[in-house]
Design a protein around this ligand. Structure first.
Ligand code: 13P
Ligand code: SF4
Length: 362
């Protein structure tokens, strides 16, 4: 019964102005000691408190550059907080307001699976393979890339990173998002016949040696469940319903959706594209709907619609609510660190190699 009461109290608090006032007061008390970073997919009630907002690339840069703040409160998901911890100074503390805010895509590649894959590729393919991991991966996978001549990329810079990798090796092993990997391959003129799909749940990745040998890019079978909800039929439907609509897809969407879209780009590029368009433009955007709805509100002269009426939340981004932001900030005011994300030094050192290659080259 007490549990239910506490739950009700929490829900009630979420609806009140009190929480806004308490966050603002804690932030003011902490002053320059705290920096709040907010990813574009965060709910408005949290996003409004961000000192810096951005896509995962911009936030990684912001985290690396802001050395003055003792505490970095990352309103995003776990892999982003890990990267921030790796990129910030040793005496800075990174906090994820809800420690359970993970990413299902990042969890689709674990280190044991990647080591098995690597061993198999070395045996069956040989030559130089450059591992490239999307930012949306665990620190352990980034460390693997750092230790094996590889690099990290984000959806903003994947093409530049592919060029970097092909200057150094014959093939890329792309982790963990099949779709960003495939879409980037297409942008580089690499055909589907020159890419194959490694399924970590199947023996030998379910790839024949011929598949692997002919491939310039070996894609990991991983995906974002949010972006997978968009289908080519949604593009057709929006074009029929809104003649002249401009369709923009995030590169985590399937290549079938991207092929039918007018533009493809990271969340930061989507924002730039929309802001640069003439008033009256109608957009259908294939990405998480908090960003789409926020853009629609911020730009009243434009109409910015989700590409699909069934677009879903990123459930883990959603886990960060104003109450846990308030709790971690008030904790800091009292000298208590709640939900610190700390990557072990040996993992962080190797992951930093791969992250720095990205920051220096892309
Ligand atoms: P970007 O922030 O790189 O656009 O990626 C979107 C995403 O899925 C973050 O998890
Ligand atoms: Fe992960 Fe997709 Fe959510 Fe991004 S939107 S955090 S890739 S589940």
């Amino acid at each position: 019964m007490t549990g239910l009461k506490e739950f009700t109290k929490r829900e009630e608090l979420l609806e009140t102005e009190e929480i806004v006032e308490r966050i603002a007061a804690a932030k003011a008390a902490l002053g320059d000691k705290v920096l709040i970073l907010g990813h574009h997919y965060q709910r408005d009630e949290v996003f409004r408190f961000a000192d810096f907002s951005g896509d995962s690339f911009k936030l990684a840069r912001d985290a690396a550059e802001q050395r003055g703040a003792k505490y970095v409160v990352f309103c995003g998901v776990h892999f982003m907080a890990e990267s921030a911890d790796i990129l910030t100074a040793d005496d800075q503390v990174v906090i994820l307001p809800d420690i359970k805010a993970g990413c299902s895509m990042a969890d689709m590649a674990n280190l044991d699976q990647v080591l098995d894959c690597w061993e198999d590729l070395e045996e069956r393919v040989g030559g130089t393979i450059i591992p490239v991991t999307y930012m949306n991966s665990t620190a352990a996978i980034k460390a693997f890339c750092g230790d094996h001549g590889g690099i990290v990329c984000t959806s903003s810079n994947a093409k530049t990173v592919y060029k970097w990798a092909f200057e150094r090796g014959e093939r890329i092993l792309f982790l963990p998002d099949e779709h960003l990997g495939r879409n980037t391959g297409h942008q580089m003129g690499i055909t589907d016949a020159e890419m194959c799909l490694w399924d970590p749940k199947e023996e030998g990745g379910n790839c024949t040696t011929e598949d692997l040998v002919r491939s310039k890019v070996i894609l990991w079978r991983g995906f974002c469940s949010v972006h997978m909800t968009f289908k080519p039929q949604h593009v057709d439907m929006m074009r029929e319903r809104y003649p002249g609509v401009v369709v923009i897809a995030h590169p985590e969407c399937t290549s079938a959706v991207v092929a039918k879209s007018d533009f493809v780009g990271s969340t930061e590029l989507i924002i730039k594209q929309v802001q640069a368009s003439p008033p009256g433009t109608v957009f259908a955007v294939g990405t998480e709907h908090h960003l789409v709805n926020r853009l629609n509100e911020q730009l009243p002269d434009h109409t910015i619609l989700p590409l699909s009426p069934f677009a879903c939340n990123c459930a883990t981004m959603w886990r960060i609510d104003p109450i846990n932001v308030m709790e971690v900030l008030e904790g800091l005011v009292e000298g208590k660190i709640i939900n610190q994300v700390s990557v072990p030094k040996e993992v962080a050192d190797s992951a930093l190699v791969a992250l720095n290659r990205m920051l220096e080259n892309a």
